[in-house]
Design a protein around this ligand. Sequence first.
Ligand code: 89V
Length: 343
Amino acid sequence: MRELRFALIGAGFWAHYQMCGWQSVDGARCVAICDPAESRAWALAEKHGISHVYCELRKMLDEQSVDFIDIVSSVESHVPVARVALERGIATICQKPLAESLAAARAISDFATQQAVKLLVHENWRWQTPLRKVKQILESGRLGQIVRARIDYANSFPVFENQPALKEMTQFILTDIGTHILDVSRFLFGEASELYCQTRRMRPDIRGEDVATVMMRKESGFTVTCNMSYASKWEYDRFPQTMVAVEGTAGGLTLGNDYQIRLVDQNGDEEISVPIPQYAWANPDYALIHSSIVDCHRNLLADLAGENPAETTAADNLRTLQLVYAAYDSASHDSVQKLAEFQ
Ligand code: 89V
């Protein structure tokens, strides 16, 4: 595979790990970093041996020839940056959430289609090895018909210490973690036809909601509930783990603490311990997520190299964002949202 050249847009907290992730896969080489804060861009460049730093995106794209850009900057910059790259025919990878609203996400996805240029979303959560294993078990049919399922991401991790910008978001947990968790609900259980959501703000010093409960009727008829919280001290307070429980007519499973899957079916009980790929560069608090970055990179890169279609194209990710924004609508009107009209 030819090595693809890319530029990283953004040099904040996440950018360092995103770059380490790229260095852990074959086939991509960063040639430049762009961030309006020149000193932090240089700090990142020096750490990773990158010799070109820019504060201005257009200047960078005039001077550097790249096969794609990887946007790791703050949410409000995603659409404007992607538009500049797509106008020039440059494939674009963007962090979640793709845009600040569903309409803006749809518009940039349509624009990429019009330009016939790839726009992919770096939705890494579904690449966590325990979640891939759960998917494999569901697909094996061992559980029979699904009766109902639950996904929990509820902990008391001080997430704002590393990512203070999250405190300022007027829409917080559903856009930041809900994008991941609702994407996982689609990955594991398919699309939803109806959704109901309630939200709460527990911390007084943040602007958005830090608790959300989303209940969905899946197209195949069963109910999936997603519980999200950054205010919960309980048995499953294990950032950044996602817990899953599935009840089936022939068996059930739980993905619990420390990546243990417990499977109960006609053959008895089985404990499956799912290994997490370890990377020396990973931040210990985020090791699970950082390992998922690498597999997500591989999947997106294979698409850009013309090998396999990516799982999380912009068009696919619109369906996740439909759930996120339907959840806000549901919470603000205290009403069930029919999702057919969004699709
Ligand atoms: O991946 C993310 O969405 C981050 C996290 C809170 C996990 O660091 O914002």
